[in-house]
Every structure is written in C-alpha cells, then in structure tokens.
Design a protein around this ligand. Sequence first.
Ligand code: CA
Length: 225
Amino acid sequence: MRVLLVEDEEKLAALVAQGLTERGDVVGVVGTGTQALSSARGGEYDVILLDVMLPDLDGFSVCQRLRAERVWTPVLMLTARTAVADRIAGLDSGADDYLAKPFAFQELLARMRALARRGPVPRPTELEVGDLRLDPSARRVWRGSTELSLSTREFTLLESLMRRPDQVLTREQLLGLAWGDNSGVASNVVDVYVRYLRAKIDRPFSVDTPQTVRGVGYRLTADSS
Ligand code: CA
C-alpha cells in the first residue's frame, strides 16, 4: 500500500520507512506539517501515519485541515502523549486511530492494515445543513458567518437534527436523542425547544429550517423556503 509517513525524528522515520519498504509498501516520508499537507492533498496515499509533535504545525492541526479540505485518507496518529485529552483531541481532529509511542512495529502494521481496509471514509468534523454549520467538538454553531449562542439542550437538539438532515424525526426520537431515553420528560418539551431553536437559528435570518411534519415530528432541511 502507499503510506505517507509524517515524522520529524529522523531515526524513527528511517526505521519505520525501512520496515514498510521491506514489506513492499511504497513510503513517502516528510518531516513537517506543511509538507504533510501538500503531500496528503494529492490524495494518492492509502494511509497517513501522522506524528503529533512536529516542528511547525502539530498533527492535530494537519489532520483538521485535511478533513476541512475533504481529504479523507485514513489517519493514524503517532503520539508520545498518552493523556486522555490528547487522544480525544486526535479523534476530534478527524484522525481514525492513534498509537502511543513507543509502539511495536507489528501493532503499527495491524492498525495500518485495518485503516487501509476501511478506505477513505468521509467524516466531516463539522456538520453542515445549508448555511447552518455546527462543530460538535468545540460546541459552536453558525448561520452563515454569524455565530449563534445556544443553550446546552438547544445545541444537542440541533446536533441531533443536523446529523439526520431531511429525515423526519418523531418527538419520541428527538426526546431520546437530546434528552436520553429514560429522561421522563414529556414529548411536548420537544415542541417548546424547537420553538426556542427557531427563534435563534431561523427568525433573525428570515428562514424556516426545522420544518413541522404534522402529526409526526420535525425535519431539518437545507431548503429554507
Ligand atoms: Ca515528533
């Protein structure tokens, strides 16, 4: 397979590249985030092995930028950091998996193979429906270029709708998604919160996006007419 190895520690890079080349893989090696971006944009790699600590951009930023540009090549983060927060940052930035250094070469191979088998999976780090944009990890929402301020519950309800654009969701489904299955909350609370949402995400912009489907529930569409 074709592997892009992004690693600034030359000894480690040489060792991994040699191991992969001996197996018959085609390996490109770069040592900075900037080089990683330009090589990965070509998109002809089956997997990217991406170190977190690089001399310029860090691996999280590289991954985030690639995903923002809709480059979906599987990314395996190589990290000396093992803190939970860093692993979450890696996955939130759009990486597919991570491996803590020092790692066993056999484990690297196994994880690489698993990712390459899966192939490029579009996994936007931000949700978009029309000009509504939501970043689940940063918990921010925009309509066009205007950032919106939502309460926690409003945000969760909107995220539930945006993850299922154009689908009709019943009040019960929305209740389960945004409040939890055993919340004991009455389903008309959903109506109340959809009203709150409309007041924030639609009315100031003269659009009507969470549409009422009479007798059933709600549907979020890009079409605002
Ligand atoms: Ca490094």
